[in-house]
Write a protein that binds this ligand. Structure first.
Ligand SMILES: C[S@@+](CC[C@H](N)C(=O)[O-])C[C@H]1O[C@@H](n2cnc3c(N)ncnc32)[C@H](O)[C@@H]1O
Length: 208
């Protein structure tokens, strides 16, 4: 009988990355779960783009729990077409919200680094005003000067319930996918942690 080759999941580098991102999301929600029941959460995906995250969240949360907003009307129209059960609205995050809805968690998934340093604080204050007491702000974004200052500001001024750095692109600086086939997962993780560059994301969740 021919020996079957063992399947190692790092053979699928994209799967590895996908799982890495999902693991970060699971860890984030676990941290929130330690503070507040997840069933009660009203969640806003701020700067939701095409709505990929809202669709993912919708699979785990109830129909009235997930909201998405973006400044681009076209994106919001597409989101509405694709997900009639999720509540989307056009909104400029630089302006105070007029929805009247209070949220428990606002997520910025790569939607904060595009603002200047001063604008980032304004955006955070605007969503803070829209949070229920003890609500959470969750940011996942690249590390540049402005966001690093924001992450430091949030760390000093708020209770941080989760913070981690991870890479969305395996070996983001060198992009050596074939290596993933040959190295054990523990070593891959260590090497990936050493990579520096704009593709390394910081994930931080604060309690307000
Ligand atoms: C890099 S995309 C991220 C999209 C999505 N969160 C994701 O993870 O795929 C940034 C999004 O922020 C939106 N955006 C830019 N400026 C905005 C503003 N002032 N108010 C609301 N959304 C804004 C853009 O239209 C875009 O959809």
């Amino acid at each position: 009988m021919r020996n079957r080759e063992m399947f190692h999941w790092t053979q699928e580098a994209y799967l590895y990355i996908d799982l890495m991102c999902k693991r970060e999301f699971v860890r984030g929600f676990r941290a929130i779960d330690a503070e507040r029941s997840l069933e009660e959460l009203k969640i806003l995906d701020a700067g939701c783009g095409t709505g990929a995250l809202t669709r993912e969240l919708r699979e785990h949360f109830g129909p009235r729990s997930i909201f998405g907003c973006d400044i681009e009307k076209q994106s919001i129209d597409e989101c509405k077409n694709q997900n009639p059960h999720i509540h989307y609205f056009v909104h400029d995050l630089l302006k105070p919200m007029q929805t009247g809805i209070k949220f428990d968690l606002v997520i910025f998934s790569t939607a904060i680094a595009q603002f200047s340093e001063a604008e980032q604080l304004k955006v955070i204050n605007n969503v803070k005003a829209q949070l229920n007491e003890g609500g959470f702000i969750w940011i996942t974004d690249v590390n540049d000067d402005a966001t690093n200052n924001l992450f430091n500001h949030l760390t000093v001024n708020y209770q941080v319930i989760y913070k981690n750095k991870y890479s969305k692109h395996l070996f983001n600086k060198f992009f050596i996918f074939p290596l993933a086939k040959h190295l054990p997962i523990s070593l891959l993780r260590i090497i990936d942690n050493f990579s520096i560059g704009s593709n390394v994301l910081t994930q931080i969740i604060i309690k307000t």
